[in-house]
Every structure is written in structure tokens, then in C-alpha cells.
Ligand binder design. Structure first.
Ligand code: ZN
Length: 290
């Protein structure tokens, strides 16, 4: 979708006998169809390499990073619980001493009915015992801190690898009822595989977390830069340390059945800021994006 918002204060000029025109800034949003749980990319092209760009969408700061082709891109997410409707995004910036950009565009989020799924797990994962309440609160706060921190650096490099390629993970977004009690929607894709199956990183990134958490079990979180994260939960073992860089395809751990599970599988999730998005769709956007 090419968004046609207001573009004001553009510096347009021609120079020289060849009449070279500076390209007008253009702003593009992909994909065109947005439902709760969609990752999207806002691309700004036709502006200077020294640009300082800012923006917001759904109360989240857009972090624009420059690619080798001179375009600037920011990722954003439509959280699973975002109500359908029209939302405004704003982008502003300045470059080349005097050129400025003020843009207000619209995106439309349409409803999607995710099916409901009934699951049976150990009782302690549905009504956690009081003695683990503090631990759960601490872990949830720690994750929130990670999502709130958008690294202003492009770690993703265009190469991607779908973890456990060939295994269908179709339950992203499902409404979940554990032992008869409604809980949060499913924020990832569950990929069933035997314990010990190697798990590759989906894209280049820095290990933001590699730790055992109550619900996620052994969890690896990768920071791909610009507020984009992927998660790998319920691992039987973790093969990476926090702070290290991994490339797409590097093995970060093995499939397991730790935490709140019904059996061995990889829970593969993605976040853009706080927004829970479909990791498979995010990967489509990251593929080829340098
Ligand atoms: Zn899962």
C-alpha cells in the first residue's frame, strides 16, 4: 500500500545541464492487508543520508534505520489485541540542512477471527502456586523491559531461515483455554519436533536473553535491531550466551518440553516493541531487507 498522506516542506531542486531532479520523498507501507498480529514495514526513500527521522504508530516510536540502497525503514507491529479500525502514523525528519518531511498517513486494520483452542496442561501452569507469583511478575517485567528497548542499529542483514522448515505452525493468534480457563491468545507458532532437534536463528541478531522462565521454560530472545525480536521457547538446552551475535541459521539450542507445554515443540514468537506479531510474516519482511 502506498500511503498518500501529507508531504510538506519538501526540498525540490534541479541543477546542472542534465537537469538532475532530487527524488521527492516517498513513503510506503507493506503489507497492504493488516490484521491483528501483522508485522509491517514503513519505508521512506528519496531523502538524504544524513536524515534524522522520527515517527509514531499506535503509541509506539518508529525507529528508522538506513539500508545500503539509501532507503530508511522502520518496523512496527499490530498487536494481537488491537481492535480493527483506522490508525494514523506520523513521520517527520530533516536532512541536507534545510529539507524537512512531515507526513501523516493512515493504515487500516481489519478484523480476523482466530479460532479457539482447548488445551490440557499441568495445573501449576493454569493457577500458578502463590510461591511463584513473584518470580512470574519479575520475569514478565524483564521481558517488558526488553520489548521497550529498540536498539538503534540494524542487526538483520537480509538472510533468513525459518526454524524447523517444513513443520507447519498454524496456531498463531488462537484464543486459548487452558484446562477450561481462558488465557492470553497464542503469541507464536508452535512447531512440533522431537526433543533434541536443533533450532536455528531465524535472522541475524544479538542474544538479548537466554534463560529459564516459568511459562516459557528455556527461552532465547534474539534482538534483530530497530525493536524487532524473535523468541524461541521450551528449549531442552540453550547453546548461546546473552550478548553474543548470531547469524541466520546458527544453532541457538534444541527443541524441548520445558515450561507450560503439552509436549515437545518449539514455540517460535516475534515482537516488534510490545506488539505480538506472526513470526512467519515478519520473516517474509526481513528476507532480502538489508
Ligand atoms: Zn506456543
Amino acid at each position: 500500500m502506498v500511503s498518500r498522506g501529507l508531504v510538506l516542506g519538501l526540498a525540490l531542486f534541479s541543477c546542472g545541464p542534465a537537469a538532475v531532479f532530487a527524488a521527492a520523498p516517498s513513503i510506503q507501507v507493506v503489507p497492504a492487508r493488516l490484521v491483528p498480529g501483522t508485522a509491517l514495514r514503513i519505508t521512506v526513500s528519496g531523502i538524504g543520508a544524513d536524515a534524522r527521522l522520527r515517527g509514531t504508530l499506535l503509541d509506539t516510536q518508529l525507529v528508522f534505520l538506513r539500508g545500503p540502497d539509501g532507503t530508511w525503514a522502520a518496523f512496527a507491529g499490530i498487536d494481537l489485541d488491537t481492535p480493527p479500525g483506522v490508525y494514523i502514523f506520523e513521520v517527520s525528519g530533516e536532512w541536507d540542512d534545510s529539507a524537512t518531511l512531515e507526513h501523516a498517513g493512515e493504515i487500516t486494520v481489519v478484523a480476523r477471527d482466530y479460532p479457539t483452542e482447548q488445551l490440557k496442561v499441568a495445573g501449576k501452569y493454569v493457577e500458578p502456586p502463590p510461591e511463584v507469583a513473584a518470580r512470574i511478575a519479575l520475569e514478565s517485567a524483564e521481558l517488558k523491559k526488553i520489548w521497550a528497548r529498540a536498539t538503534p542499529e540494524k542487526f538483520y542483514d537480509g538472510s533468513t531461515m525459518r526454524p524447523l522448515a517444513g513443520v507447519a505452525g498454524r496456531n498463531f493468534g488462537r484464543r486459548r483455554v487452558f484446562n477450561g480457563k481462558p488465557r492470553s491468545p497464542h503469541s507464536g507458532a508452535d512447531l512440533a519436533a522431537p526433543v533434541g532437534t536443533p533450532v536455528p536463528a531465524a535472522a541475524r541478531g544479538r542474544v538479548a536473553l537466554a534463560r529459564e522462565l516459568y511459562f516459557s521454560g528455556n527461552l532465547v530472545v534474539l534482538d534483530h535491531g530497530g525493536g524487532v525480536y524473535t523468541l524461541y521457547a521450551h528449549l531442552s538446552r540453550m547453546d548461546v550466551a546473552e550478548g553474543t551475535m548470531v547469524a541466520a541459521g546458527d544453532i541457538i539450542g534444541q527443541v524441548g518440553a520445558t515450561g507450560r507445554v503439552t509436549g515437545p515443540h518449539l514455540h517460535w514468537g516475534a515482537r516488534i516493541g510490545e506488539a505480538r506479531v506472526d513470526p512467519g510474516r515478519l520473516l517474509e519482511l526481513l528476507a532480502g531487507d538489508r
